[in-house]
Structure formats: C-alpha cells, structure tokens
Design a protein. Structure first.
Ligand SMILES: [Fe+2]
Length: 387
C-alpha cells in the first residue's frame, strides 16, 4: 500500500524570524503584499513587527484587518476583492486559525472563479493559488501547516472545509516573539489543543512512521513546556518550544486526521461559545480513558510524556497506558482547566444531540483507534457531565 505525505514548501523559524518577511516576499517574486489579520490583533498592533519588516525591505503593503472568527463565504469574497483592488501579488496570513483560513481561501479565489463554496470538499480547486505566507501568532491550531480552510457555509449551515494540495503555504514563518503576549488562559487552551492534535494523530489508525516522528516530538515539547508557558508567559524558551510543537503537530495531523476528542469537542452546543481549545481539553481525559485499550503501546508512551517520566521497564505497558487519563487530568488541573461539561453551560438534555453529532463525524472517528458507538459516546458525555 502506498502512502503520501504532504507538507508546506518552506519554513523560516526562530525568535526574530519575522525580520525575514520582506526577503521571503521577494523570493516569491512579490512586491505588493496584503496582510490578512483579525480586528482584535490589529487593535493590539501585534502585526507591527511584520509591517516594519516589510517597509524596511521596500515592500509595499496594505493591512486587511477584517478576518472573521468563523470566516463566512462573503468574508472570503470581500478579502479577495480587496486584494484584487490593491493589486496584491502575495498575501500574508497573520494571526490565529481564522486569519490563516481566510488567507488560504482568498488565495484560492485570486486565481480561481468564485464563489468559494464550489470548492467545498477535497481537491476540487483547479488552479494553483496566489503565493501566500502564513505567520501564526498562537501556538495551537497548527493551521499554518495544513491545507484546509474551514469556513461557515452560509447557504446550507454548518462548517465546511476547502481542502486542496495547492493550499499548502509557500512559506511559513515561525517566530515565538509574536506569541509572547498571549494570556495564560489562551496559552493553556491552545497548548492543550496542540498536544491533542499530536496525540490523536499518533495513536490513530492512519499514523505512519513519518507522522509518528513529528507527533512524538510535538508531544514531548508540549509536555515539557506547557506548564512553564502558562505560569510565566515571558519564558521565551517555553514559548519557542510551544510554537514548534504546534507546527509539528499540524504537520502530523494534517496527514492523518484527529479522533474522538475532536469529534466530541467540536460538537458541543454552539450557544455555549466554548473556545475550540477549551472544548478539546474538556473532552480529552474521558476520551483517552476510553481509547487506551485499543493501542496500549502508544498510550503508554503518551502517559509517560505527560508524566515527564520514562517508565518503560519499570511498569507494564498496560499499567502505563491505564495511567493516561489520570495524567491528563493532572495536566488540566495544573492549567486551571475544569473538566465537567456542566461548568461550561452545557445542559444534560443537550447530551443526546451532542452524541449524535459526534457519531456523525465520520472523518474523525474513522481515525480513532477504538471504534465508538453513538451510545458509548453518550455514556462518556453523561459520565463526565459534572466531574
Ligand atoms: Fe484542534
């Protein structure tokens, strides 16, 4: 059987790497750049070092600070129209997952007929995108490394993905200086999300030796640094490690899929407005408790990483694997993240519909190491409602 592994074309990384931005634009034969970010970041001026680097390098740029939290189809068209009107030859996505997803989708529409919904699905984009650079400012989504743009389907409801081999970034710039200002709560939630990407990919059915290498390193770096980054956001070494870990996990799960944690975490009631990383954290302990018997060898490794202790030869594989739920709960306790769903406005009567939606997330559950029925998912949600 043949496997394929995709990844971005180029990664420029290290503290201060943002200073290379103009050089990277020129390498892409660009001279007019549209920076896509969201209004919150723009208000804080987080993009200032990027603007300065472009100006210093003689690149003409325009700031587009209207990326939406859950990008709508109209917002992608608007971003595309603005880039066309400016005459941009390179787009830079700067920010969290939504700014990066907006950039990927707008880059598609700059070289392909709209509207964007005609490309919902996998590999339906006919032409290569306009060149684009992605610069993450959080350590969590790994979106800079993947080829999917998740958008709100404003015609039919729900979220849809545009997935294409053309949508890997031409260049990714990883500079943890840009993440130094993240508050502790965001650091914790997004950091757990990065760990879960690596873990679900590592323990999942589609794992390969290539994704294992990426995911193991990602989990080790999160395990060794997330508490420090949460406790003191000025810890540069911890911030640096977390950004690398998030990117490595993106390179891993982008080639496999996630699993039951993302299936349950992304289907909690939308009216509760639980941020993605938090929803993932809440659903992690019970999910690993459910999963570990399907792949004890790998969950033993995960538990050891969470404990910061190699217990191979000291404890049995099964005992180490059985510790994974408790090790995960200890991590969340240190990060001040409560688990029980009731803490976040979820109502007990919501749970059957959550279980229905999670069970329908076939793309995710197909990669989960343990087969899960709708009733098993419901039982897990009910058992973790109040704890
Ligand atoms: Fe995630």
């Amino acid at each position: 059987m043949a496997f394929t592994h995709f990844t971005v074309k180029k990664i420029v990384h290290g503290l201060g790497a943002i200073k290379e931005a103009a050089k990277e634009v020129k390498n892409l034969k660009g001279s007019k750049v549209m920076i896509v970010t969201d209004p919150g970041l723009a208000k804080l001026g987080v993009q200032k070092p990027l603007e300065d680097a472009l100006t210093a390098g003689g690149i003409e740029w325009k700031l587009y600070a209207e990326a939406q939290l859950e990008p709508s189809m109209d917002s992608i068209q608007h971003c595309t129209d603005e880039a066309k009107a400016f005459g941009a030859d390179v787009i830079i996505g700067f920010g969290g997952g939504s700014a990066l997803d907006t950039t990927k989708a707008a880059s598609v529409l700059l070289t392909n007929e709209g509207p964007i919904d005609r490309y919902f699905g996998t590999n339906l984009v006919p032409n290569p995108t306009l060149p684009f650079i992605l610069i993450p400012t959080t350590a969590g989504t790994g979106s800079e490394m993947t080829n999917i743009s998740v958008l709100a389907d404003t015609k039919n409801g729900g979220k849809k993905g545009v997935v294409s081999e053309y949508m890997y970034a031409d260049t990714v710039i990883l500079d943890a200086e840009l993440t130094m200002g993240l508050p502790p709560r965001v650091t914790a939630m997004t950091g757990v999300d990065a760990f879960v990407h690596a873990m679900e990919s590592y323990c999942g059915i589609a794992a390969t030796p290539i994704t294992d290498a990426l995911n193991l390193q990602a989990m080790k770096m999160v395990g060794a640094n997330i508490r420090q980054a949460f406790a003191n956001g000025s810890n540069r070494a911890a911030r640096d490690a977390m950004l690398y870990a998030s990117a490595l996990a993106g390179m891993g799960f982008g080639n496999t899929q996630n699993g039951i944690i993302h299936a349950t975490g992304t289907t909690l009631p939308t009216e509760c407005h639980i941020p993605h990383g938090l929803a993932i954290a809440i659903c992690s302990p019970f999910s690993v408790g459910f999963n570990y018997i399907a792949n004890p060898e790998k969950y033993a490794v995960v538990a050891d990483i969470l404990r910061g202790d190699d217990r191979a030869g000291v404890m049995s594989v099964l005992d180490r694997a059985a510790d994974v739920e408790s090790a995960f709960r200890d991590l969340l306790r240190d990060l001040d993240i409560k688990t029980g769903l009731a803490n976040y406005g979820v109502k007990r009567e919501d749970l059957p519909a959550c279980a229905d939606r999670a069970f329908a997330a076939k793309r995710l559950l197909d990669n989960n190491p343990r087969r899960a029925s709708r009733d098993q998912i419901l039982a897990l949600l009910e058992a973790n409602f109040e704890n």
